[in-house]
Design a binder for this molecule. Structure first.
Ligand SMILES: Nc1ncnc2c1ncn2[C@@H]1O[C@H](COP(=O)(O)OP(=O)(O)OP(=O)(O)O)[C@@H](O)[C@H]1O
Ligand SMILES: [Mg+2]
Length: 1015
């Protein structure tokens, strides 16, 4: 009998590596189709950087030294080389004679493999320079090359590929005690390592000479700052205003306004390094063209910049972690601004504000106004001085507050001449040439109209021998220059334009679609012509930020080129989805842009169909991510756009599943059901609870996971009974679909909670929690966390144990403020039950800050009810009643009239002053709490008149409580029952019954198997 093959390990997504459930048709993280075979890369193919080192003149040394000494020298040399390679994360591939080959990126490929290879090389040279045994000096040379190798399953000679030969050939041409790097390595390291180009190396076996660079030790110096002339009055005015505002607590809004190329960015740069900024913490933010479609990306960047300035704080979760919604992110930024500015004045410089997203404008508007503080008010949140300087071609209309605006004036003729002087190479003084330049300069300065960008470009044209006095604008002059560039340079510039934001060499190399040598040539030409200069970004890597030239180059691109570039950018960003927050939405923006181009260029073509699928895939993945962080409105938008683009029924189904879920979460139940029904017409099994296995091909559209989710959405909105949910759950289980199984377990759990069975609820939600954790954030994530926490508080789990579990949930949600706060409410109740009212109030106060900050009235209402419970348990019924009334106000504001009435009834029960509540019986579908409340109110009302009929409702309420499973849930209603029965005529027996039930619940919840501990 043969044993079956062990199941293959779950394959990662070909796009981002995420492991998905077997039924997933598209990656849960990045939306790449998983059903398709993985990219046709042979297994073991890796991109690596190779260092090849050899000793010069080793034959001479070997013959001149005694064999023992030579043996020792070589031993030390090999050890030194191995040490340098391994210390930098590389692996020694083999020793060939005296040559040592190191490979970087074979085991754990990383972004900086090439940089580490160069550092290892320099380190080896440094260690060897110390001399060897017996004063023997070894002269070594290195060749460094990057490229693909096939990895073999052995310890030596494990990497095979032409890159090895390239490194060897470069080694032979390298200077003594030096190294030569090939073009691919240069592209990978040039952001961080200063490199000097040398003549191409003619190499045996290679058709063309190899381009080569000498990597220098030490970091690449920052690019020199461009010249700056005049603007003294503007800078003086701004400096005074900023300095004054930096002394005032609260937010002050200033703006720098001017036509394209007038110098706004330059002025911000001057400001950041000028005297106004002295003593302030300066944070810079640059909006990009696509921000309206991906506003969250800029907020994440700002959040990260502020977090970096606050040691010990975490930034938003990347990829699959549970992140907070965009509103929560905005709230957190506001809080960071307040906290940071309380310690040190904050200068926030926001460039290109004409592209600012609505979300960013909201954050700007949210900073408390310094003028209110000046009027004697206390600035909320203890906010210190926050000065926002906005710069842009247009100031956004959507801002609530009008900023103080500073216009950038045109350069005077005198300053125009001065700038020209700085830009123009030194000219020989005197003579005809000087006269010519003076005349030409005057014409250029006049033509530029005082716009520095225009002048710069005219000067550059003139330096190329074109006295273009016809170009009507800076962009026209730029266009004329760009047309004269070689193809690679134009392509690189257009690619930067397609990205629409600062971009590094690595991204360029992955998306420009150029051979490495061409890319190198393009970058070199752009730098030489000063059309693109790399500047160090936040991550220390050089990034190209040349908005105007890149935009002009992009505008000159053919539609097909644009489509191709955006497709490449989308693909790259999608692959980063698992680790880079916001990458998915950016990928979706680019994919949609590619689709737009294709629609215009080749409607109905296979290219358009492919672009549509890419866009739909990115949109669906972004929508799922949005749902996972409770950004449900955004999810509706993204999913709807995905449905529009998708032709593949599987993707359509997936988009419909997400959209209907998000619609329901926005409170648009009817729209959600309508979409479910419409989708179900195409997929029989989605509509029919007794349908055959949806994982079968055919009616499921080949996407059973989406059909399960649609089914779960429908069951949540149109309950069909526990059997239907259980049946659907079993099918999801059989299909190995963790995410859908978790959703269906959640529904079962919610039904159990609704029926007052918190024990079962906890079991089911605990199982759902496990599923959610393995499947990653998505549909139902927030509900599972919040309701599991509720069950921990209301169920039988003893306080200490339940609190430990709650803490685990709080850690898992640390990056999602609202969900974290919701879980904190349950933890607060548990603290209160354990006798620790202080920590309970602290937790609820933290939650109040979040819910107030994001303006969630419904959550505030819930929070106040928790607060009421805490005060009641602490023995302060009047205080508890106060919080119930506060909850009622919130419910009323949120439009939940019935809930408000319930809160008022609870308040009256706690502190029966004033008229009794209406006492209408709860509607038929109401839960046990509403029924118990109604009976207790009734009992108090009758008891107050001394009416023996009070006994009836007390008895009924106790009978109702008998059906509730969960010690935590019983503590407060039984306390009330005891109080009411004691005060009612002839109900001593009922008081005793309530007292016994209460003691049992208290013992179960507080004592449990372990003694209760004060946390
Ligand atoms: N006062 C100045 N002195 C010298 N050069 C300047 C001055 N102002 C701007 N420049 C140069 O003009 C070019 C355009 O300037 P900058 O990028 O600051 O303009 P901008 O108004 O921000 O343009 P955009 O509207 O495209 O954002 C840059 O190369 C910059 O170095
Ligand atoms: Mg600018």
């Amino acid at each position: 009998m043969s044993t079956p093959d062990p199941a293959p390990p779950p394959a990662g997504c070909p796009g981002c590596g995420t492991v998905n459930p077997p039924v997933a048709r598209f990656c849960m993280a990045c939306g790449t189709p998983t059903a398709q075979p993985a990219a046709a890369a042979p297994s073991g193919l890796r991109f690596v950087t190779v260092t090849f080192c050899d000793i010069s003149g080793s034959t001479r040394l070997a013959t001149s030294l005694s064999p023992e000494l030579w043996h020792r020298v070589l031993g030390r040399y090999f050890a030194t080389m191995r040490g340098a390679v391994e210390d930098h994360g590389g692996r020694v591939e083999k020793f060939i004679g005296d040559a040592v080959v190191g490979v970087f990126g074979a085991d754990h490929p990383a972004d900086d493999d090439a940089v580490r290879a160069v550092h290892a090389t320099h380190e080896a040279l440094r260690r060897l320079a110390g001399g060897q045994d017996g004063g023997v000096e070894l002269s070594v040379r290195f060749g460094i090359a990057s490229g693909q190798v096939v990895l073999a399953d052995r310890d030596s000679s494990f990497a095979i590929g032409a890159v090895m030969n390239r490194a060897a050939r470069l080694q032979a041409a390298a200077p003594p005690e030096g190294a030569l790097a090939d073009v691919r390595t240069w592209l990978l390291i040039r952001d961080q390592v200063r490199c000097t180009a040398v003549d191409p190396v003619a190499a045996k076996g290679f058709d063309t000479a190899l381009q080569a660079w000498i990597p220098e030790p030490g970091a690449r110096p920052a690019a020199a700052r461009p010249p700056f002339v005049n603007q003294r009055p503007l800078l003086a005015g701004l400096t005074t205003a900023v300095a004054a505002a930096l002394r005032r607590p609260g937010g002050s809004l200033l703006a720098v306004d001017g036509e394209p190329g007038s110098g706004k960015t330059s002025v911000l740069r001057q400001l950041a390094h000028g005297p106004a900024a002295a003593g302030a913490l300066v944070v810079r933010l640059d909006c990009a063209r696509d921000d309206h479609a991906q506003g969250r990306a800029r907020l994440l960047e700002l959040d990260a910049a502020l977090a970096a300035a606050t040691p010990g704080t975490a930034t938003a979760a990347a990829g699959n972690g549970i992140a907070g919604s965009t509103a929560e992110l905005g709230w957190r930024i506001g809080r960071r601004l307040a906290r940071l500015s309380a310690r040190q004045p904050l200068l926030l410089l926001i460039d290109n504000v004409q592209w600012a997203s609505a979300e960013l404008l909201q954050v700007i508007d949210g900073v408390p106004d310094a003028r209110e503080a000046a009027g004697g008010h206390v600035v909320p949140d203890g906010c210190g001085p926050v000065v926002l300087v906005l710069a842009g071609r247009d100031l956004p209309a959507g801002l609530r507050r009008r900023p103080t605006v500073f216009g950038v004036p045109a350069l005077s003729a005198e300053h125009g001449h001065r700038l020209l002087g700085l830009l123009r190479p030194a000219t020989p003084a005197g003579g005809d040439l000087e006269l010519h330049y003076t005349a030409a300069s005057a014409a250029l300065v006049a033509r530029s109209g005082g716009n520095p960008l225009f002048l710069e470009q005219l000067a550059a044209l003139s330096a190329d021998g074109i006295e273009d006095l016809v170009a009507p604008s800076a962009s026209a002059a730029l266009g004329a220059r760009i047309e004269r560039l070689g193809h690679p340079a134009r392509r690189v510039l257009g690619c930067i334009g397609a990205w629409g934001t600062a971009v590094g060499t690595r991204e360029l190399s992955a998306t420009a679609g150029l051979e490495p040598a061409e890319l190198a040539e393009g970058i070199a030409e752009l730098e030489q012509r000063q059309l693109a200069a790399g500047r160090p970004g936040e991550d220390g890597r050089l990034r190209f930020d040349c908005r105007s030239p890149a935009q002009v180059a992009y505008a000159h691109l053919a539609l097909a080129d644009r489509a191709e570039l955006h497709t490449a950018v989308a693909g790259l960003l999608r692959g980063q989805a698992a680790t880079a927050p916001g990458a998915l939405e950016q990928a979706a923006v680019h994919a949609e842009r590619a689709l737009e181009c294709e629609r215009e260029l080749r409607p109905g073509s296979p290219q358009q169909a492919r672009a549509a699928e890419l866009a739909a895939g990115c949109l669906v993945a972004a929508a799922r991510r949005a749902v996972g962080r409770s950004d449900v409105r955004r999810a509706v938008e993204l999913a709807a756009r995905a449905r529009e683009s998708a032709a593949d029924p599987a993707l359509q189904l997936e988009a419909a599943a997400i959209e209907s879920y998000a619609l329901a979460a926005c409170g648009r139940t009817a729209d959600a059901l309508e979409l479910i029904d419409r989708t179900a017409q195409h997929t029989a099994s989605a509509a029919d609870p007794s349908a055959p296995d949806p994982s079968a091909a055919g009616p499921s559209g080949g996407n059973p996971a989406a059909v399960f989710q649609l089914r779960a959405n429908e069951l949540a909105l149109r309950p069909a009974g526990p059997d239907a949910v259980r049946a659907a759950r079993r099918l999801a289980e059989q299909a190995g679909d963790h995410a859908s199984r978790a959703r269906l377990l959640l529904l079962e759990g919610l039904t159990a909670i609704g029926g007052g069975d918190y024990r079962l609820g906890e079991r089911l939600l605990d199982a759902a929690y496990g599923g959610i954790r393995s499947a990653g954030a998505g549909l139902g994530t927030a509900e599972v966390h919040a309701n599991l926490a509720l069950c921990l508080a209301f169920g039988d789990r003893p306080v200490r144990d339940a609190l430990a579990r709650c803490e685990e949930l709080r850690r898992a949600t640390a990056d999602a403020p609202a969900l974290h706060a919701l879980v904190g409410c349950s933890a607060a109740l548990l603290h209160a039950f354990g006798g620790a009212a202080g920590p309970a109030r602290d937790l609820l106060e933290q939650a109040r800050e979040v819910f107030t900050g994001i303006g969630n009235r419904a959550a505030l209402a819930g929070l106040y009810q928790f607060r009421s419970a805490v005060e009641e348990w602490a023995g302060d019924p009047a205080g508890a009643a106060h919080w119930q009334r506060a909850a009622a106000d919130c419910c009323t504001e949120a439009g939940a009239g019935a809930a408000a009435a319930g809160c008022l009834a609870s308040a009256w029960l706690l502190d029966p002053r004033g008229p009794a509540p209406a006492g209408d019986p709860p509607p038929p579908g109401a839960g046990w709490e509403a029924r118990v409340l109604h009976q207790q109110v009734e009992a108090v009302r009758l008891a107050a008149r001394g009416d023996p009929a009070a006994r009836g409702p007390i008895e009924r309420s106790l009978a109702e409580l008998d059906t509730v499973r969960g010690a935590g849930a019983l503590l407060l209603p039984l306390t009330a029952a005891l109080r009411i029965a004691r005060a009612a005529p002839g109900c001593q027996d009922l008081a005793e019954r309530a007292g016994q039930a209460l003691a049992a619940a208290r013992a179960a919840k507080l004592t449990g198997p372990e003694p209760p501990g004060r946390p």
